[in-house]
Design a binder for this molecule. Sequence first.
Ligand SMILES: [Zn+2]
Length: 293
Amino acid sequence: MKKIILSLIVALGLVGCVPSAQLTDKPTVVVSFYILEEFTKRIVGDSVTIINLMPNGGDAHDFELSVTDRKTIEDADHVLILGNDFEHWVDDIYTDPLNTERVLVVGQNVETISDPLVNQVDPHLWLSLRNAITLMETIKDYFSDAYPALADQFETNFNAAKAAFEALDQEYVSALSQRVRDEFVTNHAAFGYLAKDYGLVMIPIMGLEPDAEPDAQTLAIMIDTVKVYGIPYILYEDVTDSAVAEVIAEATGAKTGILQPIESLTAQQVADGEDYLSIMRQNLEWLTKAVTE
Ligand SMILES: [Zn+2]
């Protein structure tokens, strides 16, 4: 690990001014996907250089390490992954003796749920705002241990992020309390943790990984289900094909809407300044329509 030189800039005599510390030799933090980039940035700010392995608009479920990615991981001071089998490439870095001590499994403190049909742990922990706070706390604790001189800053940043996430959680509670049904239909089974937080029931068209196609029988069952529950919107993620959602909508008279799993941002979303909270707010708008209309 690089030698870290700490320089303290202490504002003497200024009442109410918090002394701030900086790492003059910025550590490099490699993260496996967008969420860990944003959450780390919310906690550590510009104290570190963050490298996100996954390109804009990339598919988190299909991602594989390139030779360049391996070199990036080898050169990093810290490597952050979500865990729970989300990163299929993770065995590669665990077999690399250089890396194991520098790996933080950010999802380690979240209680997981499994897809009962395939007996597979659902990796989409971050789509619960409450889990997201736990993920940020795990990041905060890790970097506070690594760089104690900055621990107060990290704590302050964490508390600010936590307050913002809790406020949106309350908006979810309030908006969804107006619902006329618990069930919502989505193509990618990524919203189980979110559903659990608010007592909703996710009916997924496909499984935990979004690239599977439903067979004719599954499609027929979905169409019946949408009719039985009077589901007004078929929600699909905007980064994948909408064809199946449109077929179901056509057959049932439902409309389509968007529910985003936030596994990566598109270049357009980055340019528009979108982030986790802004997209989770858009998700709430669609979800509210889907359970109140
Ligand atoms: Zn996913």
